[in-house]
Design a protein around this ligand. Sequence first.
Ligand code: GAP
Length: 503
Amino acid sequence: MKMAKEKGKKEGKEQGISIDELAAFCKRKGFVFPSGEIYGSLAGFWDFGPVGVELKNNLKRDWWNFFIRARDDMAGIDGSILTHPRVWAASGHVENFSDMSVICKKCKKVSKIDRFEIDKAVCNLCGGELDKKSAKDLNLMFKTQVGPIKENSVESYLRPETAQLIFANFKNIAECSRLKLPFGIGQIGKAFRNEIAPRDFLFRSREFEQMEIEYFIFPDEKCPYKIPDISISVYSAEMQAKGKEAREMKIKEALEEGVVRRDWHAYWLSQCLLWFKSLGCDLGNFRIRQHKKDELAHYSSDCWDIEYKFPFGWKELTGIADRSDYDLKRHEQFSGKDLKIFVEGKGKILPHVVCEPSFGVERAFLVVMLEAYEHDKKRENIVLHLAPNIAPIKAAVFPIVKDEKMIKLSEEIYKELRKEWSASYDERGSIGRRYARADESGTPMCITVDEQSLKDKNVTIRWRDTTEQVRVKISELRDILRKVINEGQNVFKLGRRINTRVK
Ligand code: GAP
């Protein structure tokens, strides 16, 4: 399988695709539209189009399989978006979940900054000096009223993170899942933040989705898992304080040298990076950066971000915080309920969350798009080298010409493939145009029915990344696609390679 690393990414980046160009491409091809666009749209809200929703769902499903289903130390939940407001008082969000808005002296636009940046930050947009006197601390939670009759209603919040539903349900989940420490609880779902300055396309939105894990251990428990052999650019808090550059290291070495303090962090950072790698991402465009003391969230004692080299600079893609027993303790205090679990031989324990791998779905979406995007000069069209397991459309079926029999056979194949995957059927325009359309939506395989297919019941599969072709039996198509999509097998080992001049 030719992945982004070999074909698209480096070239795409060197050509310098900007985030606005990506947004325009996403709109044109039906990945993402500004929400409410016919009314002028609302900043920070996005709608996913026909191919976008498939890609987003595939990403979420792949994450769930990788981190939850495939592991025997994990359980999943799906918590509600609105919950009891005391959850947000206990979590500290009512008190602490704020950013600062500051007006730029030069361009007069509002910038969002973190509290600790007040003395050094400049305007996000023009780099101008910020007017400190205009600084306001603003809570980012969306308030709403639960119950239509105002006098009887309760004021609550749209959840700003999915994590709290895991903590509030901790005891229920621990008891019914019968998992033993160490174990994790994962969740995928919407989160809402009334961001001061939503920008950079999907990167900072007001409505987005998170994929989060809270990983619970005995306090001070050692990580029993092997740290995979994986190299990455490492940027510790100390390196940042001393003005040093990030350093390429094996995560194992970073742990041995004490750059990464806890074995659990080394382990979870590796797992998260391995997931991005499994999606075809080039880890050369990733780094891990430790939070400096003054930027740690109110609940966190240590935090490493996985950052990605976005077109607008290195930015957070995934955060992995050590939340210790902050949340469970606070929920015990605020609810008056005992959230400890009984562990044979140890008695009652309040576990610690040693790592909270927290992913933004939209940021992962941006990264796989940026990694996949290539302007192929030879083909004169965009090629999205999305890995087959996440590609929105797995196969496009074409009759080579508009012949009744070929159309009929193509439609039969198309119907058959749709039982298992999203597929498309295209009979309009030249074959070259149809290939180009498929390339631009990241469809890895184009299946062509020709004159010969009517006689021998074979078809041609054209592989998106190389344009090379292979001839296979129609009766084996579904099995071949399963091997390519689910197992990442090489299509050229599953059929007879043929020579062709068609691009
Ligand atoms: N439970 C921990 C937590 O919510 P966070 O760093 O605030 O931590 C986790 O958010 C992830 O959620 C981020 O790494 C990012 O991927 C995503 N995220 C946060 N705010 C976002 C926003 N406004 N728009 C899009 N994604 C966002």
